[in-house]
Design a protein around this ligand. Structure first.
Ligand SMILES: *Cc1c(COP(=O)(O)O)cnc(C)c1O
Length: 464
């Protein structure tokens, strides 16, 4: 018997066949050629393994396989996912989803020319750094403000501009790793400053800082908010007020890396202990840094607030250019900040705050509705009590009482994998070998997609 592989059509003849015409109309010829080659190679290998193949001469078979490969290649690498983890500021899922006002502003800035660096009054070159500055000062009482690409960059810039070649005092209890390999000692070193550690992991007193500042080469104090862990037990730390007094007396700046940028009263959300930028400034910090996309609920950005003379030095530093924020982020940040002029409106319209503040009664209703829709779609499930988290390295000890739908009937790992695999991908949470879909972080309008995806995933796992 002759080798059946000899009946496989040539790639050229496949491309000339009517079955490939729709693909050639839709995709560039080179991509179709590549996909046709792949389809042919797959069939060749299957035959080589002795697997029974379809009619090898049918072009439609190759066109189908090539079409699937081409379509898979069109799925963007970065895409929307449904967050059913209950973790509001999930760094791996892109932190804060934005308010409609921010999204609208970002679309306009992306699509159009803007006055990014153009002074419309004077008709000449302006500065991108004016755009959020007055709003930030109005909201926080800061003298001056500067926005850069992210908070890690903001800290590098501040240290480089104010303490390059000099010592910076930091408590041993605050030499933290924030995530993504961002460690305070390493960042300090990279920014050209020298770390001067004081105190012990659990206790650092004002006099530890005083002693370190006797060395004239020490030119700044850095306080780092322990946003992602807590030290409890036999502990002590110098207050921001005390450090501010010392910094003033010695004529060195006090920098405070706050991390998350909470702009409203956290008690309104049932969260406590998170310092706000304006509290830190009022307590005497000369410069504070925080993220745009943590508790502030805006786009990725690094925000610096503080004394005008210090901000001016930062703006004049070459690193500021390297860390500059783009027009789209700036537009989204400005629109987000504007919502804070009315804190009630901010809580309502900024998704991060709305999700954090969602009352349990509302979550119960939403979980009930999701459970009913899933049951109607043939998915065995029940509503359970869940505990979500704030996320983004904030409020490590806070559990957000929430409601989830537990999907039953198949193994949780297989189901989770199938959920991640479709469009849109769904990321749930596995708790004691059961898959939970926490409704707190499911955005309005995503429920139908979620039900369809769970139904699909369950069917896929059951048939495997
Ligand atoms: C998150 C965090 C940062 C880094 O912020 P990015 O916006 O991710 O760059 C810096 N410092 C603290 C204390 C943080 O919590």
């Amino acid at each position: 018997m002759s080798d059946p592989r000899r009946t496989i059509p040539s790639v050229d003849s496949l491309l000339a066949s009517p079955d490939f015409a729709p693909l050639l109309a839709r995709y560039p010829r080179g991509r179709v050629l590549e996909a046709a080659r792949g389809a042919v190679a797959e069939v060749r290998e299957a035959v080589g393994r002795g697997e029974a193949a379809v009619d090898l001469t049918t072009a439609a078979h190759y066109a189908l396989a090539a079409g699937r490969a081409l379509e898979a290649g069109e799925v963007p690498s970065l895409r929307s996912v449904i967050n059913a983890t209950g973790v509001v500021l999930h760094t791996n899922l892109g932190r804060a989803p934005l308010a409609t006002a921010a999204v609208d502003a970002m679309i306009a800035a992306a699509r159009d020319y803007t006055n990014l660096e153009y002074d419309l009054d004077a008709g000449e070159r302006g500065s991108r750094y004016v755009h959020c500055a007055s709003l930030l000062c109005e909201l926080t009482g800061a003298e001056a403000a500067l926005v850069v690409n992210n908070a890690a960059g903001a800290l590098v810039l501040a240290l480089n501009a104010l303490a390059r070649g000099a010592g910076v005092v930091v408590s041993r209890g605050e030499l933290v790793e924030i995530g993504g390999g961002f460690r305070i000692p390493e960042i300090l070193e990279r920014s050209g400053a020298r770390l001067v550690e004081v105190g012990a992991t659990n206790r650092t007193r004002l006099r530890d800082y005083e002693a370190a500042l006797k060395d004239a080469s020490v030119r700044a104090i850095l306080k780092v908010h322990r946003s992602n862990f807590r030290i409890t037990g036999f502990t002590e730390e110098a207050s921001l007020e005390d450090l501010a007094g010392l910094a003033l007396e010695r004529g060195v700046p006090l920098l405070h890396d706050l991390g998350s940028g909470l702009m409203i009263d956290a008690a309104d959300l049932g969260l406590t202990g998170e310092p706000r930028p304006h509290d830190a400034l009022a307590a005497g910090a000369d410069l504070v840094t925080f993220s745009g996309d943590k508790l502030l609920g805006g786009p990725q950005a690094g925000i610096l607030l503080g004394r005008a003379a210090l901000i001016a030095e930062l703006r004049a530093n070459p690193l500021c250019r390297a860390l500059r924020v783009d027009k789209v982020g700036l537009a989204g940040l400005e629109a987000t900040l504007r919502l804070y002029r009315d804190p009630a409106r901010a809580r309502e319209e900024i998704p991060t705050l709305r999700m954090l503040g969602a009352p349990l009664a509302e979550l119960s209703v939403r979980a009930g509705r999701l459970g009913t829709a899933l049951t109607a779609a043939g998915v065995p499930c029940s509503v359970v009590d869940a505990a979500g988290a704030v996320g983004g390295g904030t409020f490590p000890e806070v559990e957000l009482p929430s409601k989830a739908v537990e999907v039953r009937g198949v193994g949780a790992d297989a189901l989770a994998r199938a959920l991640r695999d479709g469009r849109p991908p769904v990321v749930g949470r596995i708790v004691e070998d059961r898959l939970w879909l926490d409704v707190r972080t499911v955005l309005p309008g995503q429920e139908d997609d979620l039900v369809r995806r769970v139904q699909e995933a369950l069917r896929q796992v059951s048939s495997d």
